[in-house]
Design a protein around this ligand. Structure first.
Ligand code: FES
Length: 187
């Protein structure tokens, strides 16, 4: 009796993967489709990863900030101050330091968070200064440090731009971070 020649598994494999007319077998087609699907998934995954990385490194500037209503000019008499919280939660103190609203710095808006350790700063009209009671830190009418730990460290209060529209006092608040206020103030 004649022994079968060759590897039976190999012959079966060949029989499944190729046809006499050269067309692709069903198994070959499925393997090809799986490969294409896997490659597509990897490409999509890496594409999303790259997209997130680019957005992190180069954030969009679609929300640079906006002007927010603070009060009417009559609401803030000379020597008065009032707290203001931005939509993003930053705490400010807005003070009126002159009778004539057209005078430079008649109004000023500063962060009410002490740059030393974060206590609340308030305006003292009699002393014409902003004062932090935690460690006797003090700032002049423009928010520059004049006493206590903030002076030793050269820490000023962050200033927010103001403008008057008719009888309304408006303050510029950043959309994404306080650094934009600092850069605009220094511009
Ligand atoms: S927290 Fe304001 S002086 Fe220390």
């Amino acid at each position: 009796m004649q022994e079968p020649s060759g590897d039976i598994r190999g012959e079966r494999t060949d029989a499944v993967e190729s046809r006499p007319d050269g067309s692709e077998s069903r198994r070959g087609f499925l393997e090809h489709a799986a490969g294409v699907t896997m490659a597509g998934g990897l490409t999509a995954g890496y594409g999303m990863l790259v997209s997130h990385a680019v957005r992190f490194l180069y954030p969009s500037e679609t929300d640079p900030g906006s002007w927010q209503f603070v009060c009417t000019l009559d609401d803030l008499q000379p020597g008065d101050s009032m707290p203001f919280t931005t939509p993003a939660g930053a705490k400010l103190v807005v003070a009126r330091q002159a009778e004539d609203p057209a005078q430079d710095d008649a109004f000023i808006a500063l962060s009410s968070v002490c740059p030393h350790l974060g206590c609340k700063v308030h305006w003292e009209a009699n002393n014409e200064r902003f004062f932090c009671p935690c460690h006797n830190g003090a700032f002049d009418a423009q928010g520059n440090p004049i006493a206590g730990p903030p002076k030793a460290a050269g820490q000023s209060l962050t200033r927010f731009p103001l403008r008057i529209e008719g009888n309304l006092l408006m303050v510029w608040v950043p959309g994404t971070g306080i650094s934009e206020v600092i850069s605009e103030t220094n511009a």
